[in-house]
Design a protein around this ligand. Structure first.
Ligand code: ADP
Length: 464
């Protein structure tokens, strides 16, 4: 930890500057200041967003990667080395631009490096699609960004990367490292900006395919615009939202379940698409279970993301903060708040909150923050609960805590979810062996980090 602190120290007040990284010339544009979500009066740097002219330049100059699979793999591995070598800067940047705690930043760097090395090792020899647009969210500003981009590059595509407007600095820094490792500038271009930049890069016939992670609503917009403008059959690889549930029955080990719940609902301040949103506990054990759960919530350490003791930072920006705070205030006025943990008064912090609901059907949308909904069920209502969860139409993650073997089999078969977690937390995936991805409104598949994934970035996809 002392070493990490020393590596981060030079970047404690650093001001990063970023602008579109294009093969051609970027049109000069005023940069937008980036503020720190934990201390909004502090700027972290500034990003110049891509203009319509920049999108045009990028689309015109994009070239697939003229290199063998082995050469591509070697360069992606070199990029992984550079990411690792620059960990101090990356941790500082992830904390100050995205508000993520050190444990989150460590996990994020590890995942990004795993993606680079896994796709490097599996780079296919055959034909790329052409130009791939990769649109990423702010919640995993390094890991998801790198996962999409490195898969598209491993398959030999030209990549136009469009990071979320909230985290353009991290993305541009990552692209600089990929260029430094040897990815040519006409093969990988980065166009920071908001939804208009994403729209320009997903509605042009020069684009051969799109990888997207973000809201279900935006994914549906992109699908429609691709249908109108891109070649028929152009792939859309989409990872979208979830309304994730967990069931704890009366045979579960309570300590294990409570720890899993706290991690699943509150890590990254609940800003993970995999996060647990609605917990169902069997009614016979609900009383003592709530006591244990609220006790465990008290041990959470919300705080400033660059302090080593912090395990939970702020939410990403003022808009997210307002939306979640309004939702929680309404629940409070209805007397449904079971527990809240206090948080720093600066910045966009939301107190980790436990709320009572009758069931997941009361939630009409995903609340992307540290808010966990608590419901109970009777022993004979298990199938009914699963059907209610399925009826949301989402199907990303699902957790089950039980010591009844047959039940694991039964529930796994009945639930619609891309990733099912038994007697553990329901976040995280292992690149290569346990790929991640959803069903229904939660995504198109195939799963990121899995064997079918790279094939979707090639023009001869293997049968799924
Ligand atoms: P979130 O709720 O995570 O912000 P969004 O779907 O709004 O989810 O954003 C995810 C990514 O999609 C971001 O990079 C955002 O700028 C981009 N985006 C938003 N609107 C569009 C659009 N119409 N076309 C393409 N990309 C878009």
């Amino acid at each position: 930890l002392a070493e990490i602190d020393a590596a981060r120290a030079p970047f404690a007040t650093h001001q990063w500057q970023a602008a579109p990284l294009l093969a051609g010339k970027a049109a000069p544009r005023e940069a937008v200041p980036v503020t720190n979500p934990a201390l909004p009066s502090e700027t972290v740097g500034a990003v110049a967003f891509a203009s319509p002219a920049d999108c045009e330049t990028a689309l015109d100059t994009a070239r697939p990667w003229q290199a063998s699979a082995a050469e591509r793999g070697a360069i992606l591995n070199k990029a992984a080395d550079l990411y690792e070598a620059n960990y101090g800067e990356i941790f500082a940047l992830v904390a100050r631009e995205a508000g993520k705690s050190l444990p989150d930043a460590v996990a994020e760097l590890r995942e990004a490096v795993d993606f680079l090395r896994y796709y490097a090792a599996n780079a296919p020899e055959d034909a790329p699609v052409g130009t791939f647009t990769c649109i990423s969210p702010w919640n995993f500003p390094l890991a998801i960004f790198t996962g999409q981009v490195s898969a598209a590059l491993a398959a030999g595509n030209a990549v136009l990367a469009k990071p979320a407007e909230q985290t353009g600095l991290i993305a541009c820094r990552a692209v600089e490292l990929l260029h430094e490792a040897g990815v040519p500038r006409d093969v990988l271009q980065c166009l920071p900006g908001a939804g208009d930049v994403g729209a320009a890069l997903t509605s042009d016939p020069r684009v051969g395919g799109v990888a997207f992670t973000g809201s279900t609503e935006t994914a549906l917009k992109i699908r429609r615009s691709m249908a109108d403008t891109l070649a028929p059959g152009a792939p859309l690889i989409a990872e979208t939202g979830g309304l994730n549930a967990m069931i704890v029955d009366s045979t579960a080990l309570p300590e294990q379940a409570v720890q899993a719940i706290v991690e699943s609902a509150f890590q990254s301040a609940g800003q993970r698409c995999s996060a647990l949103r609605c917990l169902y506990v069997q009614r016979d054990i609900a009383g003592p279970f709530i006591e244990m759960l609220t006790g465990a919530m008290e041990a959470l350490q919300p705080g400033l993301p660059w302090q080593l003791s912090t395990d939970l930072g702020p939410v990403i920006d003022a808009e997210a903060h307002e939306g979640i705070a309004t939702y929680v205030a309404k629940a409070k006025s209805e007397g449904r708040v079971i527990k809240q943990i206090s948080v720093p008064k600066t910045g966009h912090f939301i107190p980790p909150t436990l709320l009572r609901v009758s069931g997941i059907e009361e939630m009409d949308r995903e609340i992307f923050g540290p808010v966990l909904h608590f419901a109970t069920f009777e022993a004979d209502q298990l199938d009914q609960v699963i059907d209610t969860i399925n009826a949301t139409g989402y199907g990303l993650t699902f957790g089950l805590h039980t010591r009844i073997d047959d039940r694991v089999q039964h529930v796994s078969e009945r639930i619609h979810a891309g990733n099912i977690y038994v007697n553990r937390n329901q976040i995280g995936a292992i690149v290569g062996s346990q790929p991640f991805g959803g069903e229904g409104l939660s995504g198109t598949g195939p799963k990121a980090g899995g064997p079918n994934y790279l094939a979707r970035y090639s023009s001869h996809p293997a049968p799924l």
